[in-house]
Design a protein around this ligand. Structure first.
Ligand code: LLP
Length: 463
């Protein structure tokens, strides 16, 4: 990166040659549509709008920090996934990315299914009227109570994750006099190119049953013997925020191999395979995510080809995108509180939220973008680190980004692509009050998850 390419003053010259960040955009007022929700734009006054509403108005009405979710974008993404996979496949939205009653309603209306991974998610899904047969229940350590509730509700499938669980689910199903449809989650031994904490297909980790050493084949053997279980397929999820299709292809191939082994040994063709979620989204302009159409085509082709080679009928495919549906649909709106220029380093911009509303930067070294959204600016770019108000220096929201040098307290900044795993992983650290999620559509904004209050905090504190 050459120094002359940077319009900022000499104050930043040294760090320009060392940073991981990209050069400032030509114009900091331009919003890259790759990272912003579909209806986001700037109005004639330079104020950013979503669903036709100015962020300044939203901040006044709902306060900051807050997540604003573009409902049209969410629904469009659901439809894009459903259309891409078509009638011979099922799309399960992964509720762990972000779940609320409104989300369940949108999924229901747009024809998607739902993957839940805890009793709490299951309760939300059922409370919001998701038909139980459209729910898949996941988790590496479901409690007996959770399994009971899922079986009683009649969930469409339980994804078995261990040898103990095979027996537990069979036992509970039998005591309810039902045959519970189940899949077995396998680890296919793929190293997905993503952060270690969110990679899940290599063998040295807690999820699934390894294909290696015949473990998965043994799990199938046991499941087929138990009256309480109806084994409908094999499941594999290789990780999250992945751009490279190669891992999915290897995974699909190995899962099909297992189906062929099962057919050879038991004379049974399992009718379904689930290839999990994990498709990456754009957090910054550098990221190039794939469209659902392309993903569906690639997965469909590989499964058909492998099945044909093995003499198997092509099974029904399912996928479980979470981030790819909700991630790009929301941004977090913050107000700038304090600004500290550190000579020769960068400027620290403190906002009114932080690691309690977005832990991803601290936890995974995640990269985000940020923009001044309450006005435009023609000031030169300054290298900024957007930090929160929590009591630790790792409380970083955006590690390195360019913001206009005339940024001032009271300005509103927004961080795009925070729809997934931000509100879902939010905490009360330092007794922060978790921000609301506001859905915006056609000039109307409506709270779908309200802001926490101090009363909420004190209600739990019964001492
Ligand atoms: N299916 C299964 C079985 C999963 O475990 C996950 C995510 C998904 C689907 C959805 O993956 P997605 O399409 O959203 O990538 N907290 C981390 C992500 C953890 C993902 C856990 N499992 C993050 O913020 O990056």
């Amino acid at each position: 990166m050459s120094r002359s390419a940077h319009p900022a003053g000499p104050r930043h010259a040294d760090v320009y040659t060392e940073g991981h960040y990209s050069a400032p955009a030509e114009d900091l007022n331009t919003l890259d549509e790759k990272v912003w929700a579909r209806t986001v734009g700037r109005n004639a006054d330079g104020v950013v709008t979503v669903g036709g509403i100015e962020v300044t108005r939203l901040a006044e009405e709902f306060g900051t920090p807050a997540y604003f979710l573009d409902e049209d974008d969410f629904r469009a993404r659901c439809r894009a996934w459903a259309d891409a996979f078509g009638r011979d496949a099922d799309v399960f939205y992964a509720g762990k990315a972000f779940l609320s009653r409104a989300v369940v309603k949108w999924l229901r209306e747009e024809g998607l299914n739902l993957d839940v991974c805890s009793g709490g998610e299951l309760a939300t899904a059922l409370a919001a009227g998701m038909p139980a047969e459209r729910i898949a229940f996941h988790g590496n350590n479901k409690t007996a109570e959770e399994i009971e509730r899922a079986v009683e509700a009649g969930v469409g499938r339980i994804v078995l994750d261990s040898f103990q669980e095979i027996v537990r689910v069979a036992h509970i199903a039998q005591s309810h006099g039902v045959r519970q449809p189940v899949q077995i989650r396998v680890t296919v031994g793929v190293e997905a190119h993503t952060h270690e904490f969110i990679a899940t297909a290599h063998e040295d980790q807690k999820f699934g049953i390894a294909l290696a050493d015949g473990q998965a084949a043994e799990a199938v053997r046991r499941a087929l013997k138990l009256d309480g279980l109806e084994l409908i397929g094999i499941h594999s999820h290789i990780g999250s925020q992945i751009f490279d299709m190669a891992g999915f292809e290897v995974s699909a191939r190995r899962v099909v191999q297992l189906l062929a082994e099962v057919r050879d040994e038991h004379g049974v063709e399992l009718p379904e395979i689930d290839l999990g979620g994990g498709l990456g989204i754009a957090y910054t302009s550098e990221d190039d995510p794939r469209e659902p159409q392309e993903i569906a085509k690639a997965l469909g082709e590989i499964v058909s080809r492998e099945c044909e080679a093995a003499g198997l009928a092509t099974p029904r495919i399912s996928v479980e995108p979470g981030r790819a549906i909700v991630g790009p649909t929301a941004f977090t709106l913050y107000e700038v509180g304090t600004i500290k220029p550190l000579e020769g380093l960068r400027t620290y911009v403190s906002v009114d939220g932080g690691m309690s509303d977005n832990i991803r930067t601290a936890l995974y070294d995640a990269e985000y973008s940020v923009a001044l959204v309450s006005r435009t600016s023609t000031a030169e770019p300054m290298l900024a680190r957007v930090v929160g108000k929590h009591c630790e220096s790792g409380d970083i929201v955006v590690k390195d980004a360019f913001l206009p040098a005339d940024l001032a307290p009271g300005d509103l900044v927004a961080v795009p692509a925070t729809g997934a795993y931000c509100r879902a992983m939010a905490s009360n650290y330092n007794h922060a009050l978790r921000p609301p999620v506001v859905a915006v559509r056609d000039g109307e904004a409506r709270v779908i998850v309200r802001r926490e209050t101090e009363e909420d905090l004190l209600r739990l504190d019964v001492g």
